[in-house]
Design a protein around this ligand. Structure first.
Ligand SMILES: [Zn+2]
Length: 134
């Protein structure tokens, strides 16, 4: 059963996942700041919070070295995002990626379960990216 992320956490895990997709296991504050449009000091704080929560180890001057638990959470976050995109694309929503981002921040578990039931067997999202298995 997935847990509901808070707004910031959901977004940061998607940033973590995009780093993993590019083959990076360490994600730094500069990258997070750029991807989420936040300040570097906020990004630094968020990464340290993830480290404290057990999602990785913060390596000074480098960034968060993501562990298995962190990778799992990141996959869950991106999977939800891409399943929401499937729904929105089917509804004919044009900027489904941006809309999915907003919806993902407030999605509850029964919504996610319904998405899984309907789109859970999809391999790629409407923009052609792989939907990770969790
Ligand atoms: Zn997509």
């Amino acid at each position: 059963m997935r847990t509901k992320f808070d707004v910031k956490t959901e977004a940061i895990f998607r940033a973590v996942y995009s780093a993993l997709e590019r083959g990076m296991a360490v994600i730094g504050p500069t990258q997070v700041a750029e991807e989420l449009g936040i300040s570097k000091s906020t990004a630094y704080k968020m990464l340290n919070e993830l480290s404290e929560a057990g999602y990785g180890v913060y390596v000074p001057k480098k960034g968060l070295l993501i562990n298995e638990k962190g990778e799992m959470k990141a996959k869950e976050a991106i999977r939800m995002h891409r399943l929401i995109e499937c729904l929105l694309a089917e509804l004919g929503v044009e900027d489904f990626c941006r809309e999915a981002e907003k919806i993902g921040m407030v999605a509850g578990s029964s919504f996610v379960e319904a998405l899984e039931a309907r789109y859970g067997d999809r391999k790629v999202c409407p923009c052609g990216k792989k939907i990770p298995e969790v």
